[in-house]
Design a protein around this ligand. Structure first.
Ligand SMILES: C[S@@+](CC[C@H](N)C(=O)[O-])C[C@H]1O[C@@H](n2cnc3c(N)ncnc32)[C@H](O)[C@@H]1O
Length: 229
């Protein structure tokens, strides 16, 4: 029998292809249309409440806006992504700013980091690249990499329809809430693996986190502050 022949291949890009250099360079401009990324980064650093010198892990760093902001604030940052193109970009931009970000070409399932090495962890709009079956393994790996009591800020598209609401109109409302990004928003629903709020909450708890707070500042874009038990 092949060893781990059931393992999800996280190196295969799902949905938008972040291994494509043109996509990487357009990414920040596209996100800026509906996200205040600098504001998100400030909020995330506040939620993490760690001092300069703290070891911070980011998984699915993309262009590294958070990783680079954390490095500029004095954190010792390790940024993980399955896209080598993204990681090249992060290192180049960090160096241009006179900072450094350590990068690791891997994903949630394959990052293989030492247990308890990090004071805090962050992931933004990346976990939805994994099907629910694999999100638990991913979140357990994040918990394992953290020190006890370490904080984790998870930001992602999570759907929270009312108890008596059918999912389809909820998905249409999400896609319609982003008129300039209708095509990628619809593709997100159709092809990527965002899940429901109650599933995400169960996964976080089962992975070993307490949920300290949660909010939805923008339609379907949830933020969870978690603490490793
Ligand atoms: C939508 S971007 C988010 C980038 C950034 N964190 C942000 O908040 O804008 C998703 C990123 O997750 C990466 N990614 C996809 N699957 C992943 C996995 N299994 N593990 C880690 N990163 C992954 C992609 O390569 C991409 O850079």
């Amino acid at each position: 029998m092949t060893e781990k022949d059931w393992l999800w291949d996280e190196m295969r890009q799902v949905g938008t292809d972040y291994a494509d250099l043109a996509e990487v360079e357009a990414y920040d401009a596209r996100m800026g249309a509906f996200r205040d990324i600098d504001g998100e980064n400030r909020e995330t650093l506040d939620l993490l409440a760690v001092a300069p010198g703290a070891a911070v892990l980011e998984i699915g760093c993309g262009t590294g806006r958070f990783a680079r902001a954390a490095a500029a604030a004095g954190m010792v940052v390790t940024a993980v992504d399955v896209s080598a193109v993204m990681l090249d970009y992060v290192r180049r931009k960090a160096a241009e700013a006179g900072t450094a970000v350590a990068t690791r070409h891997a994903g949630f399932l394959t990052m293989g980091l030492p247990d308890g090495a990090f004071d805090a962890a962050v992931s933004g709009l990346a976990l939805h690249h994994l099907p629910d079956l694999w999100k638990l393994a991913a979140l357990r790996n994040v918990a394992r990499a953290l020190k006890p009591g370490g904080r984790f800020v998870l930001r992602d598209v999570v759907f929270a329809p009312a108890a008596d609401e059918a999912p389809e109109p909820h998905f249409e409302r999400f896609a319609a809430s982003l008129p300039e990004m209708r095509v990628p928003a619809a593709r997100h629903v159709a092809r990527e693996f965002s899940t429901y709020d109650w599933i995400m909450e169960g996964l976080l708890r089962r992975a070993g986190f307490d949920i300290v707070s949660q909010g939805v500042p923008v339609e379907s874009l949830a933020v969870y502050l978690c603490r490793k038990r």
